[in-house]
Design a protein around this ligand. Sequence first.
Ligand code: IPE
Length: 251
Amino acid sequence: MSDLIILKLGGSVITDKGTDCTVNRAALAGIAAAIAGAHAARIVVVHGAGSCGHPEAHRYHLDKGATAGETDGIYVTHRAVSALNEAVVSALREAGVPALGVHPLHTGVADNGRLVMFESRHLEQMLALGMVPVIHGDVVMDLSRGACIVSGDQLVRYLAVALKCTRVGLATDVPGVLDGGRVVPEITPKSAHTLQIGNSSHTDVTGGMKGKIDELLGLAREGIGADIFQVSRLGDFLAGNDHGGTKVRGE
Ligand code: IPE
């Protein structure tokens, strides 16, 4: 059986994070061409929100949950990130990739900000049919907070285990995890606390690079490594070549 790859596209790669919901169509076209060129692999795409979801989630304080009568933010944020999902799916389909959008709001349940249930059998069926499911960070109903934001990185961690994937890649707008301006080639649970990792300069309700690494270290502890690399090196990652980025591994 071919590799099963989970590929996360950072929101800052596929949107212009400086302005309100602007899709970066040129970046999406390049990503779609790279995925279309990776014939052998089975791929699940997970994307972030960037400027199509983070500002809305922040405006409506969804990171703190939702209460009865204060639910507009759930609709507005889901609508923003769903529109981005449609743009990602369209770009992939235009490149000949049989992509299909899947919304976590419809298939997942969280408790205290963490997914406690996410149906994945339909994803297995899509993969068996040769399709590429395209999932995204989303608003999810939360058993204790009413609603919460589940990041694409949390979905990566959950799905990598549930689908027993063999490789995890995160395409970002930087060459890897940077410490003092240099790419850190490898991060393990032991080395992680020695790093000085900067915060995102844009609105980010899910913890920026630090949130990402925490999720990936959790995954590494469960035996699944992940690679963080610049989106321009996506073709190298998909081909299994060196990508010049950061590998997150268990001890
Ligand atoms: C955020 O997902 C989802 C919403 C705000 C609706 P991510 O946290 O994965 O998004 P990026 O990659 O940081 O933009």
